[in-house]
Write a protein that binds this ligand. Structure first.
Ligand code: ADP
Ligand code: MG
Length: 317
């Protein structure tokens, strides 16, 4: 039966690539890394009830498991190529496999990302995806290159996914559909990441929340950051349905947005903003890299905002 389930996944996810010598079906996949390219490799696990709510549809789980990984490749500026899928489910429900594979394929196919193998086991619902992408030597965007004076920018809008999570228990979720969509079907900023190669000095994807993730750039780069809360890009959906204080909290510390937060030399910020606007996500200047350590958030009056959440103190200056 397991082979039938694997076959179901394979049927939904057939992307042909010349660099896949042997895909699903043997003991290991065999691939050919193009000459002159380095591999960027990432793996992320989603556990039911931890990384997605109980009740999330199979196709949304399949999409999100790949999306969070493509977001890691995006943050490196890498071009996606191959993926592995390790699936643990409590029962071998065929409809679940079909749905999961379909959601995975919906995101994989436009990138011509090939699913080249995986593993299928029984147990509490857990989905692990590993992805491989290409970058020219020295081209991958690291967390460690931010310099004092650089501008901090972020793609798209922040806080929607955390707000969507808050809305899931509403009797009628229709008014919150856009935010719930961002929770269940995050769009990895792959094209934006590639456009930032050779321009951004540091980059990270916002998975744990802006303050926490920008904090990682600061640590890796040995610098501090000052963020202007009034500049945080928020969607009209978020601002329509939540009070300013909540919207700000979601944007600063809500997880699961999968936008890119990056730093660029100040004289490149306008040009980068224009390029990313043409790519559809746009990019907003939210602050500056400064001397010191950690992330400081200031309000419009220049006052340092007190952290609203536990865990913040660690990152506050
Ligand atoms: P093995 O016992 O050698 O690990 P498996 O029965 O686990 O073999 O897998 C058989 C083939 O199916 C392998 O090529 C493996 O990569 C692939 N495979 C298994 N599970 C999945 C999955 N969930 N998604 C994609 N490929 C899978
Ligand atoms: Mg196996």
């Amino acid at each position: 039966m397991e082979f039938d389930l694997i076959d179901r996944i394979r049927r939904h996810t057939s992307v042909h690539r010349d660099d896949v010598v042997t895909g699903i079906g043997d003991d290991a996949a065999v691939v050919a890394v193009p000459a002159g390219r380095e591999l960027a490799i990432a793996v992320d696990t989603l556990v039911e009830g931890v990384h997605f709510p109980v009740g999330t549809s199979a196709s949304d789980i399949g999409w999100k498991a790949l999306a969070v990984n493509l977001s890691d490749l995006a943050a490196m500026g890498a071009t996606p190529a191959w993926a592995l899928l390790a699936l643990t489910t409590p029962d071998g429900d065929e409809a679940f496999f079909d749905g999961l594979a379909q959601g995975f394929a919906e995101l994989a196919t436009p990138y011509r990302l090939a699913l080249i193998g995986g593993d299928t086991t029984r147990g509490p619902l857990t989905v692990t995806v590993a992805v491989h992408g290409f970058a020219a030597p020295g081209e991958a965007l690291l967390r460690s290159g931010a310099r004092v004076g650089d501008v901090v920018m972020v793609t798209g809008t922040l806080g929607d996914a955390a707000a969507g999570l808050r809305c899931l228990d509403e009797a009628d979720t229709t008014p919150y559909a856009a935010m719930i969509e961002r929770l269940n079907r995050p769009v990895p900023r792959v094209a934006a990441g590639q456009a930032l190669r050779g321009v951004a000095t540091a980059c990270i994807d916002v998975s744990d929340g802006l303050v926490a993730d920008l904090g990682h750039i600061c640590t890796a780069s040995n610098v501090g950051a000052s963020i202007d809360a009034a500049l945080l890009p928020r969607s009209s959906a978020l601002l329509t349905h939540f009070a300013e204080a909540d919207a700000q909290d979601f944007a600063l510390s809500g997880g699961d947005d999968y936008e890119l937060c990056f730093t660029v030399p100040a004289d490149k910020a306008a040009e980068v903003g224009a390029v990313l606007s043409r790519l559809g996500c746009g990019a907003t200047r939210i602050g500056r890299i400064v001397e010191g350590a950690g992330v400081r958030v200031v309000d419009a009056a220049g006052e340092t905002l007190m952290p609203a959440r536990s865990g913040w103190n660690h990152f506050a200056a």
